[in-house]
Design a protein around this ligand. Structure first.
Ligand code: NDP
Length: 444
C-alpha cells in the first residue's frame, strides 16, 4: 500500500465516528498525492502525513450557565489547536447545536491550509460549542459567553491562539467573550478578532469573507477573459458571509437572486435587497419570511432549493455539505460557469467531482473564503502596533491577498499538471508551505 493510502486507512480507523473530519482529510490527502509520491520515502520517514492529520492538542470542557428562568444549562465547549508551524493558532468559534468534536476537527484541519494560503503567519485551530444562540436573550448569550471564556481563557493568548467568529458567533458574542478574557487576565491583548471597532476591531473585517469571495471570483473570471458584470448569481445563507458576498457582487455589477437560512430560501428576480436583508438578519435576527413580506416580487420557499435557479455563478455561503450531487447536476444542466465556496466545505466530495468533471470552475472554501481569516490577521497586526488602518487600506490589502491566492493556487495546479484544478492547487500550495515549516522545526 502506498503512503497516502496507508495514512488514510489509519486516520479512518482512528476517527471512524467523525465523518466530516474524514471527508476533509480525504480531500486534502487525495489532492497532495502527486507531491507525496514525488518524494514518498522521505515523507514517510518523517511521518509528515501522520503529524499533519493529528491535532497538536484538543480541549473539551463543560460550559454551565443560568438561563432567564433561573435554570442551569450545560453545554460542551471545544478548542482544537491543530498546527502552529507557521504562526499562532487561528480559527473561529462555532456556536451551533450540530457542533461536536468531528466538526471542530474538520474545520481546524481545513484552517491549517487556508491560513497558509493567505501568506500571513497564522497556524490552524478551531473551536465552538453545541450551544444554540437562536431565541436566547442578550443576557443568556452573555452568560454563556462568559462561562465559555472562563475555561477557554486558559488555553489562548495573542501569541498562542487567537479565536474569531464563525456560525453563531458574531460581534456581540466576541464582545462578551473579550470582556470576560480581560476580566480574568487583567490584561488587554488582541486575543480575539472580529472585535468591535471601539476596542481594537479592524475596519472591513465584517465584510471581509464575503468581499474576499467576490475578489477571488472576479480574478478567476478575469483570468478566463471575463468579468462579473451582468452575471446572475445564486447565493445560499443569509449570515455574515452571504450578506457581504451579495453586497460586493452587486457593486461589481452582478445580480444575486437568492439567499437562504436554515428554514427556507428567497428567490428575488430583481436582485436581493441587501439593506432589507441586513435589517432582518443583523438587526432583528428574524426569519427570511419577513423578507418576502416586505418585498413584492420576491418569493419565499420552505426547505432548500437555491441551486435549482439558473445562474452563471453559484456561491454557497451557509454551511458544510449543503450542495449535493443532485444540486450539482442542476447547476451544470442550467449552464452555471463557476462555483466558489464562501462557506467551509459546503460542497460534498461527490458534487465537487461532478462539477469539475463537467468543466465548472470550482474554487474551494479554503481559498475562496480565506479573506475573513486574512483580515483577522490584519486585525492582529493593527493590535500589535496599536494602530488602526482605514477601511480602504484594509480592503486594498484584502483584495491583493485574494488575487495572490488565486494565482498561487492556479500556479500550484499547473506545476503538478492539473491546470484549472483549484482544489488540487489550493491543497498543494497550503501543504507545501506548512510542511516546509514543519520540517525546518524538527520532529515535533
Ligand atoms: P452566520 O451564522 O452568520 O450565517 C450562517 C447562515 O447559514 C445563516 O443564514 C444560517 O441560517 C445558515 N445555516 C446555518 N446552518 C445551516 C444549515 N444546517 N442549513 C441551512 N442553512 C444553514 O455564519 P457565517 O456567515 O459567518 O458562516 C457561514 C459559513 O462560512 C460557515 O461555513 C463558516 O464556517 C464559513 N466561514 C465564515 C467566515 C466568517 O468570517 N464569518 C470565514 C470563513 C468561513 P439561520 O439564520 O437560520 O441560522
Amino acid at each position: 500500500m502506498n503512503y497516502v493510502d496507508e495514512v488514510l486507512a489509519k486516520v479512518q480507523a482512528k476517527n471512524a465516528s467523525e465523518p466530516e473530519f474524514l471527508q476533509a482529510v480525504e480531500e486534502v490527502l487525495e489532492s497532495i498525492r502527486p507531491v507525496v509520491e514525488a518524494n514518498e520515502e522521505f515523507y514517510k520517514k518523517e511521518a509528515i502525513l501522520e503529524r499533519i492529520t493529528e491535532p497538536d492538542r484538543q480541549f473539551k470542557f463543560r460550559v454551565a450557565w443560568v438561563d432567564d428562568s433561573g435554570q442551569v444549562q450545560v453545554n460542551t465547549g471545544y478548542r482544537v489547536q491543530f498546527n502552529n508551524a507557521i504562526g499562532p493558532y487561528k480559527g473561529g468559534l462555532r456556536l451551533h447545536p450540530s457542533v461536536y468534536l468531528g466538526i471542530i476537527k474538520f474545520l481546524g484541519f481545513e484552517q491549517i491550509f487556508k491560513n497558509a494560503l493567505t501568506g500571513l503567519p497564522i497556524g490552524g485551530g478551531k473551536g465552538g460549542s453545541d450551544f444554540d444562540p437562536k431565541g436566547k436573550s442578550d443576557r443568556e448569550i452573555m452568560a454563556f459567553c462568559q462561562s465559555f471564556m472562563t475555561e477557554l481563557s486558559k488555553y489562548i493568548g495573542a501569541d498562542i491562539d487567537v479565536p474569531a467568529g464563525d456560525i453563531g458567533t458574531g460581534a456581540r458574542e466576541i464582545g462578551y467573550m473579550f470582556g470576560q478574557y480581560k476580566r480574568i487576565k487583567s490584561q488587554w491583548e488582541g486575543v480575539l478578532t472580529g472585535k468591535g471597532l471601539s476596542f481594537g476591531g479592524s475596519l472591513a473585517r465584517t465584510e471581509a469573507t464575503g468581499y474576499g469571495l467576490l475578489y477571488i471570483t472576479e480574478e478567476l473570471l478575469k483570468s478566463h477573459g471575463d468579468d462579473m458584470k451582468g452575471k446572475k448569481c445564486v447565493v445560499s445563507g443569509a449570515g455574515n458571509v452571504a450578506i457581504y458576498a451579495i453586497q460586493k457582487a452587486h457593486q461589481l455589477g452582478a445580480k444575486c437572486v437568492t439567499c437562504s437560512d436554515s428554514t427556507g430560501w428567497i428567490y428575488d428576480p430583481e436582485g436581493i435587497d441587501v439593506a432589507l436583508l441586513q435589517e432582518i438578519k443583523e438587526v432583528k435576527r428574524a426569519r427570511l419570511t419577513e423578507y418576502a413580506e416586505a418585498r413584492p416580487g420576491a418569493e419565499y420557499h420552505d426547505g432548500r432549493g437555491v441551486w435549482a435557479i439558473p445562474c452563471d455563478i453559484a456561491l454557497p455561503c451557509a454551511t458544510q455539505n449543503e450542495l449535493m450531487i443532485e444540486d450539482a447536476k442542476e447547476l451544470v444542466a442550467n449552464g452555471c460557469k463557476a462555483v466558489c465556496e464562501g462557506a467551509n466545505m459546503p460542497t460534498t466530495l461527490e458534487a465537487t467531482k461532478y462539477l469539475m468533471d463537467n468543466g465548472i470552475w470550482f474554487i474551494p472554501g479554503k481559498a475562496a473564503n480565506a479573506g475573513g481569516v486574512a483580515t483577522s490577521a490584519l486585525e492582529m497586526s493593527q493590535n500589535s502596533e496599536r494602530l488602526s488602518w482605514t477601511f480602504d487600506e484594509v480592503d486594498k490589502m484584502l483584495n491583493r491577498i485574494m488575487v495572490d491566492i488565486y494565482h498561487n493556487i492556479d500556479d500550484a495546479g499547473k506545476r503538478y499538471g492539473c491546470e484549472g484544478n483549484y482544489v488540487v492547487g489550493a491543497n498543494i500550495a497550503g501543504f507545501e508551505k506548512v510542511v516546509d515549516a514543519m520540517l525546518a522545526q524538527g520532529v515535533c
